[in-house]
Structure formats: structure tokens, C-alpha cells
Design a binder for this molecule. Structure first.
Ligand code: FES
Length: 316
């Protein structure tokens, strides 16, 4: 099987997997033979690796930094948003499609998609910038984040340890063309990567959103999805019960963002296998460290190649 890596050609390439002989896009590191075609156009990770003296561009996970919790908004017992103060440069980098950060909780790093970003100047001329994330307490780490956010509601200034931003929260983002209509099919907080780039899409093209609002609240939808300039049409659907309606939208759209759990993503891609390489999908279910190191996203294919799905996807 052939693979593509979300980090290929970025500042993180070549990564530590090439040092370990496990770069999935470069067969030279695995078996000594290059199988790139003669018309390959782009950065050669192996050449970069050699020029760097056979070392990775970045070693280990990125360092963490402090971010002040500026506000917390509780939408329900199952959903809250957190606004963190960051530098303007950090906030600007978080605008990239598929951006996410990690937050430390219980000694682990929890990946969270960036929901939105902003910056402004205070009356005193000081720059302030922030990012927001939506969190659903679904397990020990996110429940710990909820506990930390509750502490945040007190007077004391609260600091969260964050790292990033990373850009691999979406797959097939290279297919996204701003200025062309987009259909978004989403369920729950998996819709966050769309919300992060919604303003830039809707300023140049119409967007149709089919949203399964399970665990989202009316307030959340009003705050983040409906609040626009009228170029974003919103229709509520039930992905489990209205498959044919969703498939009809898939068939009539050229640009699609399918942002849902692996179950629904695989189900709809399975019914439209020819669209696997052009539909933009969420990569959140494969994220733990997000850096190809912890191995929690590992998957061994039929050829016996073990890939890290936080970074790599198969090419049909
Ligand atoms: S999430 Fe850690 S290696 Fe992929």
C-alpha cells in the first residue's frame, strides 16, 4: 500500500520516523529502494534527511508553554468551550485548516481542535490574542480538563500547558479550494475544524452545512455556526437515520468536509469509495501525541507495514 503523510514537506519533515527507518512516504528508509515516479514534483524527504546529516528536523514532542485561561463557557454538562490567551503569532498559525493544540492533563497531552481564533489591540495599545476550543468530557483526560476549567471559574489566574499548533487535524486538506462552494457534513464537536475556517470560506463561496447536533446545544449552534453573514445554510440531520439524504448531498457536491466519528466517516466513504481521496475528513480519532511517537494510533496493514495514522493515510 502507498501512503501520504500530513507533515511531508513541512517544517516537521523529515521527522523522527525517518530516523527510525519508518517513514511511510519514503521507501528508501524502509528497504533502500526509491519507488517515487520520475515525474515526482516536490520536496524529497530523504534528500532533506541527508542534507541534515541524517537527523530529524524536530526531535521528540514540541515543548509546552503556558497559556492563561481567559474564559470558560459551559453549554451543558457534556460541552464547554475554553478561551486561552496566546501570542498573536500563535493565534495566526492556528487559523490553518486542521489546526489543533495539545493540553496537558493527568500527565498526558490531550489533542484539541482549534474552534476559532482572534486578536485585537487594547486601548493602551497592547496586543491581545486568543484561541478557543470546544471540549466534551468523554474520558479521564477530558474530564480532568473539565475539572480544571471549573477551577478556572474562581478568582485565581489559571494556566494551562499547551503545545502546538499542529496542522494534521484534517485529512485531504490540500483538496480545499477557497472560493469554491463547500458542503459540510458533521456530527457533534467534530465540526470544530470547519468553524475555525468558516469565515474564510463563506467570504468567497456559499457553504451548506448538514449538522447532526448530538451533544451540541442550541446556544453553541447559535454562537458558532449560525452567526454569519448569510452565506452559510444550515440544516439539521440525523446521520444514522437520514443516510440517503446525506449521500445525495455527497453526490451533488464537489468539495465536501465530512467531520464525524470514524464509524460515520468509514460508513459514508465505504458507500462512496471513489471519493476517498477528495473528501476532507477529520483525523481526531487517530490523535494522541500527534507526533508519530507514542504509537497509540498504530495500524499494521496487509503488507505488514505499521503506520502511524496521526500522520499518514493510505492512497487509493
Ligand atoms: S498519536 Fe502518537 S504516534 Fe500517532
Amino acid at each position: 500500500m502507498r501512503y501520504k503523510c500530513a507533515d511531508m514537506g513541512s517544517l516537521r519533515c523529515p521527522c523522527i520516523l525517518m530516523e527510525a527507518g519508518q517513514c511511510y512516504t519514503c521507501t528508501v528508509t524502509r528497504n533502500g529502494k526509491c519507488d517515487c515516479s520520475a515525474d515526482w514534483q516536490g520536496v524529497c524527504p530523504y534528500n532533506e534527511f541527508l542534507q541534515r546529516g541524517k537527523t530529524a528536523a524536530k526531535k521528540g514532542l514540541p515543548p509546552e508553554s503556558d497559556a492563561e485561561v481567559l474564559s470558560v463557557k459551559r453549554y451543558s454538562g457534556q460541552l464547554f468551550t475554553v478561551r486561552l490567551g496566546v501570542s498573536k503569532g500563535f493565534a495566526q498559525r492556528c487559523r490553518y485548516a486542521g489546526s489543533f493544540i495539545t493540553v496537558s492533563a493527568l500527565g498526558c497531552r490531550v489533542p484539541l481542535s482549534v474552534l476559532c481564533t482572534g486578536w485585537s489591540n487594547t486601548q493602551e495599545g497592547q496586543e491581545t490574542a486568543w484561541i478557543e476550543m470546544a471540549i466534551q468530557p468523554a474520558g479521564p483526560k477530558t474530564m480532568e480538563l473539565m475539572r480544571l476549567s471549573e477551577e478556572t471559574l474562581g478568582e485565581e489566574k489559571r494556566i494551562w500547558k499547551i503545545a502546538g499548533p499542529f496542522e494534521t487535524g484534517l485529512l485531504n486538506t490540500e483538496r480545499l479550494v477557497y472560493g469554491e462552494p463547500v458542503t459540510v457534513i458533521a456530527k457533534g464537536t467534530a465540526i470544530a475544524p470547519f468553524i475555525n475556517i468558516k469565515g474564510r470560506i463563506t467570504e468567497s463561496a456559499p457553504v451548506k452545512v448538514l449538522a447532526d447536533a448530538e451533544k451540541l446545544t442550541e446556544d453553541f449552534i447559535r454562537d458558532y455556526i449560525e452567526a454569519d453573514e448569510g452565506r452559510c445554510s444550515l440544516e439539521m440531520v440525523n446521520l444514522a437515520e437520514e443516510e440517503q439524504k446525506v449521500l445525495a448531498s455527497v453526490d451533488e457536491a464537489t468539495q465536501i468536509m465530512l467531520l464525524a466519528s470514524p464509524y460515520y466517516t468509514e460508513r459514508f466513504l465505504g458507500m462512496r469509495p471513489g471519493r476517498k481521496n477528495d473528501i476532507i475528513t477529520a483525523n481526531h480519532a487517530n490523535m494522541c501525541c500527534g507526533g508519530g511517537i507514542c504509537g497509540s494510533c498504530s495500524y499494521t496493514d496487509k503488507d505488514g507495514v505499521t503506520v502511524r495514522r496521526c500522520k499518514c493515510t493510505s492512497v487509493v
